[in-house]
Structure formats: structure tokens, C-alpha cells
Design a protein around this ligand. Structure first.
Ligand code: SAM
Length: 388
């Protein structure tokens, strides 16, 4: 496909998405209806769509409309490409520009303020309060694509050995300072999942900040650990790789843990599954990787930035509060409770924990950590508490 044809495809997928389809569904629908497109084309179209969503507000401003065409026009302009060259009306290219489109683009001044930062108006005050002087830099960082990170699985060998095995298969990576397990992929990211290094469990895909937060948790051989919101198991697998122990995974939606047994086997670690609502005995460490706004991961999941609403945020804070209360009951006296989110918002992080500690005097805060995308990985929050 020509660059113009790929842009025409991205316009179609974006229009489906803007009409209500989740972005992944929109991309799959496009691919099903256009089976001639090869994997290289599909990947390029996906990149265009995600680029447009990360910068949805500023590109719509530059392109004169919040539509597939408006976003792609805005992207051309932001990249210094003359839209007339792409929007030519030639075969497979987007239809030629209309006079109205030319006029709308000509009228659009350079984006400023929250538009330039691609920040929804309603959430800006909360983000500004949470991020302080870093607000603009963090929002700007979220406009760029996230790096691809791998976690070297120490249960299978050291990071350098994983790096060498990947390099032999064309996946070039370098150690990342956020965690002693983190590798940042520089070349060959598309080969990771078909590599032997991945199949043999030497590495897992995991954001570097996520690895850093897990590394901050204490692990001792033989301890009992419950990952209360395990999802696909990224955190519990990373913990289990550090020391043998009794690891359990729980999620309200058992379907989310579907792949966990296979992932644990690949990684050479053991993780038991706990059915939703089933109460395991008191644990040395309970980890709550809570459902959250995901505001620290908007580079990877840009549609979430535009889908989040004030009502959903209030609901998430209530869910987190409820989960904390339940998880706290599963910590043995003297044991630890670790609460994490990939949010940048104080309401889901420090304020949530302050309210929990005020409600439950059995717990003391031992450590809080915050990371933003300015450190290279996702935005993350960790509070480590002890039941005294
Ligand atoms: C941030 S994700 C977990 C990601 C996972 N820990 C990982 O590293 O791959 C949050 C998870 O919490 C689960 N969840 C939501 N509400 C819950 C609840 N009330 N109790 C337990 N899990 C819940 C969701 O199903 C989701 O899988």
C-alpha cells in the first residue's frame, strides 16, 4: 500500500472508532474487510491510528475536524507534509480536499495550552494538582509512543543472558535503569513474540515502571503472597521470579487469569489460582494492583484518555476503596499490603491511601513511590503498608 492508501485506511478505522467501536475492534474490522493488506501495512495503519489518538485534540484542531479525515489532515500538517499531496483523490488515496476543509485548516491557529498538550479540559485541574510543576512535561511525554520493555525472567537466568539470546534472534535491547530486570527494545520489537527467548520464558513483556514497583516489594523465600487483582498475572509472575514461595492469583473476573497457568509454566514459576470470592488464609503479602484510570499509560492506551469521564473516575475510586478493604482482611498481623495503580491522579493514589489509613488503624504506611512517564516507563504509584 502507498503512504496515501495507508492514510485512507487509517481514516476509515478512526471513523469507526469515533462512531463508538473500541480502537482494536475498528482495526480488526478494517483488516477483515481488506484482506489484501499485509502485516506490514496493518502495522503501519495501526501506528497511524494510535498516533492520531495520542494527539487527538491537537490534531483535530490542526485538521479542522474531529473525524478520521480531520485527524489525518492534522497529522500531515504536524509532520510538515503538504496535505494536498496525500488528499489527492487518486486511486486508493483519500478524496481530494474540499474548499471547506482548506478553509478550516487555514483558520486553525497553532494549538495552545491544553489543546497543544492533548489534555481533556475536565481532568486538567486534577492532573495539575497531582503533578505540580511536571504537569506540562508529563502530558507532552504522553503524546509520544511508549518504548517497548521486556522483563528478564531471573528464574530463567540473568538479564545479560536474556539480552544476548534476544540479540541472536534480531531483537536488539539495552538495560534500562528503572529496574535491574528491565530491557528496552531498540530494534526488532515485532519479532519478540515469535522468538525462542520469549517462548522459553527468558523474557516477558512488561513496562519498566511496573517492574520497578514490583522490585520495591520485599520478597523472602517461602513467603505467602496473594495478588488480589491479578489480571493476566504480570505482577505475580514478576514477584515469583524473584524468590520461591507460595504465590496465589485472584481476580474478580477469572477469565482474565486464563493465560496465567501457561505463562507461569513458560516462566518456570508456580502460581496457584484462587476462584473469585474464595478466601485464602492470611498472607505475608497481599498485592492490590487496582483497576484505575490508567492515566499513567495513556501512551499505550490513548483511547482511554478520551473515554474517561468524571463519573467513571468517581466509580473507580469507590471500587479501589472497596478492594482495599477486602484485601486488608487477608493480610496476616505483621504482614504487608501493597497498593499500586498506573494512575497519575492523587485521588486514586495518595489520597486513596490516606483515606484507607484513616479508616483502618491496623495499617501503617512504610513507603510510597511515584513514577511518571518522565522516567521512561509508565506512570505508576506504590504504597507499601504493614499491618501492625
Ligand atoms: C490493573 S488490572 C491488573 C493487572 C495485573 N496485575 C497485571 O500486572 O497484569 C486490575 C484488575 O483488577 C480486577 N478487578 C476489578 N475489580 C476487582 C475486584 N473487586 N476484586 C478483584 N479484582 C478486581 C480486574 O478484573 C483487572 O484484571
Amino acid at each position: 500500500m502507498t503512504p496515501a492508501a495507508r492514510i485512507a485506511a487509517a481514516i476509515e478505522a478512526l471513523d469507526r472508532h469515533l462512531a463508538g467501536d473500541p480502537v482494536e475492534v475498528a482495526l480488526i474490522s478494517w483488516a477483515r474487510g481488506n484482506r489484501f493488506a499485509g502485516s506490514g501495512d496493518r502495522a503501519a495503519i495501526r501506528d497511524l491510528v494510535f498516533e492520531a489518538l495520542r494527539r487527538r485534540r491537537s490534531l483535530a484542531h490542526r485538521g479542522g475536524a474531529l473525524s478520521g479525515r480531520g485527524l489525518m489532515l492534522g497529522l500531515c500538517r504536524a509532520q510538515g507534509i503538504d496535505p494536498e499531496q496525500i488528499f489527492s483523490g487518486a486511486r486508493f488515496a483519500p478524496a481530494a480536499l474540499t474548499e471547506a476543509e482548506r478553509a478550516a485548516m487555514a483558520a486553525a491557529a497553532a494549538p495552545e495550552g491544553l489543546v497543544a498538550l492533548d489534555c481533556p479540559d475536565w481532568i486538567a485541574p486534577a492532573l495539575q494538582a497531582s503533578l505540580g510543576a511536571e504537569f506540562a512535561a508529563v502530558m507532552a511525554a504522553q503524546q509520544a509512543r511508549a518504548p517497548v520493555f521486556l522483563r528478564a525472567n531471573l528464574a530463567r537466568g540473568p538479564r545479560a543472558a536474556a539480552q544476548a539470546a534476544l540479540a541472536a534472534e534480531g531483537v536488539v535491547s539495552q538495560p534500562h535503569p528503572l529496574a535491574d530486570t528491565a530491557l528496552e527494545v531498540i530494534e526488532g520489537a515485532r519479532k519478540i513474540q515469535s522468538s525462542r527467548a520469549y517462548a522459553e520464558g527468558l523474557v516477558e513483556l512488561q513496562d519498566a515502571a511496573s517492574q520497578a514497583m514490583v522490585a520495591a516489594l520485599p520478597v523472602r523465600a517461602g513467603q505467602s503472597v496473594l495478588d488480589y487483582c491479578a489480571g493476566g498475572g504480570g505482577k505475580v509472575l514478576a514477584l515469583a521470579a524473584r524468590a520461591p514461595g507460595l504465590y496465589l492469583a485472584h481476580d474478580i473476573d477469572a477469565g482474565r487469569m486464563r493465560d496465567l497457568p501457561a505463562r507461569a509454566e513458560r516462566a518456570g514459576v508456580r502460581v496457584g489460582l484462587v476462584a473469585p470470592g474464595q478466601a485464602p488464609g492470611a498472607q505475608d503479602l497481599v498485592l492490590v494492583d487496582a483497576p484505575c484510570s490508567g492515566s499513567g499509560t495513556w501512551r499505550r492506551t490513548p483511547e482511554a484518555k478520551w473515554r474517561l469521564t468524571p463519573e467513571r473516575l468517581v466509580a473507580l475510586v469507590a471500587i479501589q476503596r472497596d478492594i482495599l478493604g477486602r484485601a486488608a482482611e487477608l493480610v496476616r498481623p505483621g504482614g504487608q499490603l501493597a497498593y499500586m495503580t498506573c494512575s497519575l491522579l492523587a485521588a486514586e493514589n495518595g489520597a486513596q491511601i490516606a483515606a484507607f489509613l484513616a479508616r483502618d488503624p491496623r495499617f501503617r504506611l512504610e513507603e510510597e513511590r511515584r513514577l511518571t512517564p518522565l522516567s521512561g516507563g509508565d506512570g505508576f504509584y506504590l504504597a507499601r503498608m504493614r499491618r501492625v
